[in-house]
Write a protein that binds this ligand. Structure first.
Ligand SMILES: Cc1cc2nc3c(=O)[nH]c(=O)nc-3n(C[C@H](O)[C@H](O)[C@H](O)COP(=O)(O)OP(=O)(O)OC[C@H]3O[C@@H](n4cnc5c(N)ncnc54)[C@H](O)[C@@H]3O)c2cc1C
Length: 397
């Protein structure tokens, strides 16, 4: 009997576990939901990126011979539950399959749906991540402190990344102390990869302007990649042009330099157009070929194999209470200048303006300026979290 396979908006990967045993007669279900786009008022460029990437992925799946049922915003569906019920009315299926969602709220909805349906709903592991929830919980068990550095070393060993036998390449696990240079005036970072919006993206830009006129930022100037080929182009260009100096200038900030030597890969990793292992392996290969130094390769790989997996592990270990924590009892509201950037504090103004223009700010702007100011000013963490979730193209809870 046929299977209904629900693909969520950040699951645009051909290697997805829910696609793996697809048979002719099965249907892939994708849906643009008002609920998902309105529960927080996302940056307009983020909405263009997600909706255009979904539409391109759906088209690619159909070109490869998959049968896809795609609901657009105009179908006005309010939830994944409603989309599944609609699809089940259109055809007969024996079960529903989905890959584990990235957000607690969506998992809760799927579990409720599981109870309602008269057929099985199978939630499969999201094995695009390199550490399962169970493996992370096992690592965390009984530890007084959950230090990223120790988790990262375990991951290096488990995947044999930058290792010589049982030892780290170069004799050290971490080269962070070499990665703190400020950017000299005579070094100009390369321009970021840019892509001209095609017809689908232009349609989505018009749709976003029409449906979300009051959201942050503008659709104008949208130039992110929106499919796997373009995401891979961003990756290969990063490896060739930026990765060599990623380590040296990882902690730098400079006026009028929003992109520096960062990878700009977060949005593609998080939506599924690139996989973390693919990105890590290409960085390691560049190092093994002698094209980039070790402090660059290790510094970059630590972000993806270490921090990215660790943050996700903590999320599933501690949710749902984690989202409500406010240990320092911080109660101030988020200042208005987080939206308009008008403040005499130059670094904050620069970070907010970059964010509004690009739906992107690099890590040091997010951590040392925007995050640190919120901490020092005692701003309510749930307001801060919500702002971060709304404004960045790579942001999911
Ligand atoms: C307050 C705050 C909010 C953030 N919000 C998000 C978010 O919503 N989504 C998100 O993916 N990242 C977030 N980050 C982490 C990091 O800042 C972004 O991943 C990064 O800036 C994305 O740009 P890039 O792809 O150029 O990253 P690069 O600097 O090139 O880093 C390479 C990759 O490593 C991973 N990475 C780097 N640092 C981290 C980190 N601390 N945690 C997790 N992964 C990391 C990302 O996948 C990133 O693409 C946040 C950091 C801070 C301090």
């Amino acid at each position: 009997m046929s299977v209904l396979r629900l693909i969520l908006g950040d699951q645009l990967s051909t290697s997805l576990s829910s696609l793996r045993d697809y048979q002719p007669g099965d249907t892939l279900l994708m849906c643009e939901l008002k609920q998902e786009t309105q529960c927080v008022r996302h940056h307009k460029k983020k909405l263009v990126f997600v909706l255009s990437a979904m539409r391109h992925f759906s088209r690619a799946l159909q070109d490869w011979g998959f049968s896809v049922r795609y609901f657009t915003l105009d179908d006005a569906l309010t939830s994944f539950t409603e989309a599944v019920h609609c699809a089940l009315q259109e055809n007969t299926y024996s079960r529903v399959v989905v890959t584990h969602p990235g957000e607690w709220r969506v998992l809760a909805e799927l579990k409720t749906l599981q109870q309602q349906l008269t057929m099985p709903l199978e939630i499969r592991e999201d094995d695009r991540f390199l550490c399962t929830q169970q493996a992370f919980a096992h690592w965390a068990e009984g530890k007084k402190q959950l230090r990223m550095e120790f988790f990262y070393r375990e991951m290096r060993k488990r995947y044999s990344i930058l290792m010589e036998g049982k030892q780290p390449v170069g004799g050290q696990w971490n080269y962070d102390s070499q990665n703190r240079k400020s950017l000299p005036d005579d070094i100009q970072p390369p321009e970021p990869c840019q892509f001209k919006p095609d017809t689908i993206t232009q349609e989505v830009m018009a749709l976003v302007d029409q449906h979300f006129p009051h959201n942050f930022g503008s659709t104008q100037g949208f130039s992110y990649g929106i499919d796997q080929t373009q995401a891979e182009k961003v990756l290969s260009t990063f490896i060739e042009q930026r990765l060599g100096l990623f380590g040296d200038y990882q902690d730098a900030m400079k006026t009028n330099q929003p992109w520096l030597f960062h990878s700009h890969l977060g949005l593609y990793l998080n939506i599924g157009l690139l996989t973390p292992l693919q990105v890590i392996q290409q960085a390691e290969t560049a190092y093994r070929k002698g094209a980039i130094p070790l402090n660059a390769a290790e510094g970059f790989i630590r972000q993806v194999l270490g921090w990215r997996e660790y943050v996700r592990g903590i999320y599933w270990l501690k949710m749902p209470d984690y989202a409500k924590l406010n240990t320092l009892h911080a109660t101030r509201h988020l200042p208005d200048f987080y939206w308009h950037g008008e403040t005499k504090m130059h670094c904050l103004s620069e970070c907010v303006n970059n964010t509004r223009d690009n739906a992107y700010a690099h890590h040091i702007q997010r951590l040392m300026v925007l995050g640190n100011f919120s901490l020092l000013a005692g701003i309510n963490p749930s307001e801060v979290s919500r702002w971060f979730l709304e404004v960045y193209a790579d942001a999911y809870e």
